[in-house]
Design a protein around this ligand. Structure first.
Ligand code: ZN
Ligand code: ZN
Length: 252
């Protein structure tokens, strides 16, 4: 450990004595965490699904006895341009509040927390995919200006470190502003997002395994369209990691 790291730890310990850390999710005072994650053990558990089985294709969670080798009841018959997906948990309760909060630039600490939890809890599957590149789902530039930042970028950068892959924040570009997805039918969602993504540097993508990162996965249309753009530039394999898997289609 270098001098600066030791000094930072000393300052952190001193700050913890004066101002005990609080959980970013529930606001309760907590013991200083050895890993620097600002979430209490209860909230970490509440946000990370560990009881249910996850579908390897669409990351939906369901009872273990409903396991299907060809995907779960929600995604059988769906065509995805990505070949696997994983999620930290279900889009509800604490995880939903945290994801919504992380969309605001003033709450980037929440995005860091979510990225760290996703990377840690799903580390083995992420590493087994051996991605070369981690690419966040981009916002259209105008929406990015309005939000002040893109939470998927912060989440993706943290996940890239856990997955041991290069982070490419600007590889994908959203070429046009699209309507919100949540009021649309499945067919309308696909039409709404068709050709909405462009790869900036094709040479970087050829032959590589890409991990797409986003905050929520609902129908999979956004990641499907992003994966299609990457495949058209020669990407070999594309997988998806999201913080939250929505259990119905009424979310964005
Ligand atoms: Zn908490
Ligand atoms: Zn599925």
């Amino acid at each position: 450990m270098n001098c600066r790291a030791v000094w930072n730890q000393v300052i952190q310990r001193a700050a913890d004595v004066v101002l005990p850390p609080v959980c970013l999710v529930c606001g309760e005072e907590m013991c200083p965490s050895h890993d620097g994650l600002m979430a209490c053990p209860l909230c970490r558990r509440a946000m990370s699904e560990s009881r249910l089985t996850a579908c390897y294709r669409c990351a939906s969670f369901y009872e273990p006895e409903l396991h299907h080798a060809s995907g779960c009841p929600r995604c059988q018959g769906e065509e995805f341009a990505f070949s696997g997906a994983t999620a930290l948990g279900i889009y509800e309760n604490e995880l939903r509040d945290c994801v919504l909060g992380s969309k605001q630039a003033s709450h980037q600490a929440l995005a860091l927390l979510l990225g760290k939890l996703l990377g840690e809890r799903r580390r083995s599957i992420l590493r087994s995919w051996q991605p070369d590149l981690v690419v966040p789902i981009p916002l259209h530039w105008w929406r990015r200006v309005r939000h002040g930042y893109n939470n998927a970028e912060v989440i993706g950068e943290v996940v890239s470190r856990e997955a041991g892959a290069a982070f490419e924040a600007r590889l994908l570009q959203r070429t046009r502003s699209t309507r919100p997805q949540f009021p649309l039918s499945a067919a309308e969602r696909r039409r709404n997002l068709q050709n909405a993504f462009r790869v900036r540097n094709e040479f970087e993508v050829g032959g590589s395994r890409v991990l797409l990162v986003d905050d929520i996965l609902t129908t999979g249309t956004t990641c499907h369209e992003a994966a299609r753009a990457l495949h058209s530039c020669g990407a070999r394999e594309i997988r998806v990691a999201v913080v939250a898997r929505a259990s119905d289609t009424s979310h964005g």
